[in-house]
Write a protein that binds this ligand. Structure first.
Ligand code: NAP
Length: 306
């Protein structure tokens, strides 16, 4: 029986791990398919307090992880596939083995959304990606596009100007959702052209099956036209990673975990922190704050239950 298992190694999970480890719980921290969470695929993080010059996302994550390890957190690569509340504890299935724990902090974050167009899966890795940091350098001196109008889309578009000859920012409306500073940075960049009221409706392949462009539809007039690009970067938001908890923990209609009091879920001993439960703020610092709160809530739950 574990005292505390933490699911996820993004900002929320790692902060929970630092707090739980310092409280001597030696938490077991599970790293899933996307270790480090969204920060691990981000470039410069400029708004995490304490880093006046900014810090690279992966560097910040590595620092948090080694801080948690220093106090005794244990890390394991495993994915939660099933979850069952039991009397006074919970059981989770990790790939093919069941593990029992007195408390569970769910900080499994959220994963990138895709457009849902035909043959989308076939194009992933052949000119379709959701990670500019990972794949941007493969597309030097060629035109690319980013789909979306939020901070992620603006950040990715700006980052891609380092490599691409031209970056089209494709947005379905006529104004960006992004914060003013990020939007201004993208809109004022000479390599970035914003295509307003536009949405990709089809991916276009060349003879080798690689991306050669997208068919764009004007969301106002319905007119279509082809746009030649070598890579499409999709940045249209995220879906919470709550699949194994569906039907067992309270969630909203989009699958975000609902917190009842502090970070408590509806099942005693189970806590939620970070993007898996936050559709409002979704910042690295708010996720870290929630990770801290979840570890403290779990610690208090353990003391209260002897
Ligand atoms: P977001 O704010 O939810 O924006 C998603 C964008 O994608 C919106 O512009 C939306 O259009 C568009 N979109 C959604 N579904 C679409 C579809 N099916 N087809 C075409 N377009 C679609 O997501 P985000 O940009 O990933 O940001 C998430 C959070 O992280 C935000 O709180 C943001 O501030 C934060 N963030 C911060 C930083 C930073 O500060 N460094 C960087 C990245 C993200 P509509 O506008 O029409 O809805």
């Amino acid at each position: 029986m574990e005292k505390m298992i933490i699911v996820g190694t993004g900002c929320a999970g790692l902060t929970a791990a630092v707090y739980a480890a310092r409280a001597n719980f030696a938490p077991l921290v599970l790293e899933g398919h996307e270790p480090g969470g969204q920060l691990s695929t981000t470039t410069l993080v400029e708004n995490f307090p304490g880093f006046p010059q900014g810090i690279d996302g992966p560097e910040l994550i590595m620092a948090m992880k080694s801080q948690a390890e220093r106090f005794g957190a244990r890390f394991e690569y495993a994915t939660v596939t099933e979850f069952e509340p039991a009397q006074g504890h919970v059981r989770i299935k990790l790939d093919d083995k069941w593990v029992e724990t007195e408390t569970l902090v769910i900080a499994s974050g959220a994963s990138a959304k895709w457009l849902g167009l035909a043959r989308e899966k076939e194009f992933v890795g052949h000119g379709l990606t959701s990670c500019a940091t990972c794949d941007g350098a493969f597309y030097r001196n060629v035109p690319v596009c980013v789909v979306g109008g939020g901070d992620s889309a603006c950040e990715e578009a700006t980052f891609l100007t380092r490599f691409a000859s031209k970056v089209y920012l494709i947005h379905r409306r006529d104004s960006l959702r992004a914060s003013k500073i990020m939007a201004d940075r993208a809109m004022n960049h000479p390599k970035i052209e914003v295509l307003w009221n536009s949405a990709p409706v089809e991916y276009l392949a060349d003879a080798e099956g690689e991306m050669r462009g997208v068919l764009l539809s004007d969301t106002v007039t319905g007119a279509t036209r082809e746009l030649e690009v070598k890579c499409v970067f999709v940045a249209i938001g995220h879906t919470p990673n709550t699949g194994p908890f569906r039907g067992k923990l309270d969630m909203d209609g989009d699958g975000y975990l609902l917190q009842q009091r502090g970070t408590h879920t509806n099942v005693p001993g189970v806590f939620a922190a970070g993007d898996v439960a936050d559709r409002t703020y979704r910042q690295a610092i708010t996720a870290a704050g929630q990770g801290c709160a979840a570890a403290l809530d779990a610690e208090r739950y353990l003391s209260h239950h002897g």
